[in-house]
Design a protein around this ligand. Structure first.
Ligand code: FES
Length: 105
């Protein structure tokens, strides 16, 4: 959790239904193939914060290709499941991640 002072891309997105927001800072390796560092700030419910945290843990050190394929189901599985009514809260973490990476590469 936190933000990077040196980064390649920054992105933000939210859940329009509740107004909660996730911000991401991503540093890529020199050939832009791997996520060398990723930090986030989440302003939202517990599921929103847990999903953003899981997403950053799952993608740090991984390839951009892997991160682009990450789904909300992957995040939910990493967290040992989310209650049905909270699944929407994990959706926008992956949307922000994919938006950020598409802008960066
Ligand atoms: Fe807003 Fe969960 S209630 S993201």
């Amino acid at each position: 959790m936190g933000e990077l002072k040196e980064f390649d891309v920054k992105a933000e997105g939210g859940n329009p239904a509740c107004g909660d927001v996730v911000r991401l800072w991503i540093k890529l390796d020199s050939n832009k193939k791997k996520i060398s560092d990723i930090k986030f700030k989440a302003f939202g419910c517990g599921a929103c914060i847990a999903s953003a945290s899981a997403m950053s843990e799952m993608t740090e050190g991984k390839t951009v290709g892997y991160a682009l394929k990450l789904t909300r189901e992957d995040i939910s599985k990493y967290l040992d499941g989310l209650p049905e009514q909270k699944k929407k809260c994990s959706n926008f973490s992956t949307e922000v991640l994919q938006k950020a990476l598409k802008d960066a590469v």
